[in-house]
Design a protein around this ligand. Structure first.
Ligand code: FES
Length: 109
């Protein structure tokens, strides 16, 4: 079964199983871990993550997810400088769904 590795600056890295068609947030929640979140509907951006590996195994962002990513990317660029986003894949853990077999490595932002 594919896995999601969660990297953290504060805690030890953790690994969770994820099934095909499962949303990242739900996969971890079902195993007792809640990632940072707010609305769980793709609009607040509180659940933003960087996908370090395996982004190609995720379904493409929906319009609502992409709009939220665009908005939070602007904020992140203002807060941390435009270089911060260079080469990074930002997704929302409450929306990003696994659609092909493959492992993911993510880091909450
Ligand atoms: S929790 Fe609000 S966008 Fe994911």
């Amino acid at each position: 079964m594919p896995t999601v590795s969660v990297l953290s600056d504060e805690k030890e890295n953790q690994e969770f199983e994820i099934r095909l068609e499962e949303v990242i947030f739900d996969a971890l929640d079902n195993q007792g871990t809640k990632l940072p979140h707010g609305c769980l509907a793709g609009s607040c951006g509180s659940c933003k993550i960087e996908v370090l590996e395996g982004a190609e195994h995720l379904k493409s962002a929906s319009l609502i997810e992409q709009n939220t990513i665009d908005t939070i990317s602007e904020s992140l660029a203002e807060e941390r400088g435009s270089e911060f986003l260079k080469g990074k894949t930002i997704r929302l853990s409450c929306r990003a769904r696994l659609i092909s077999e493959g492992n993911l490595t993510i880091k909450p932002i």
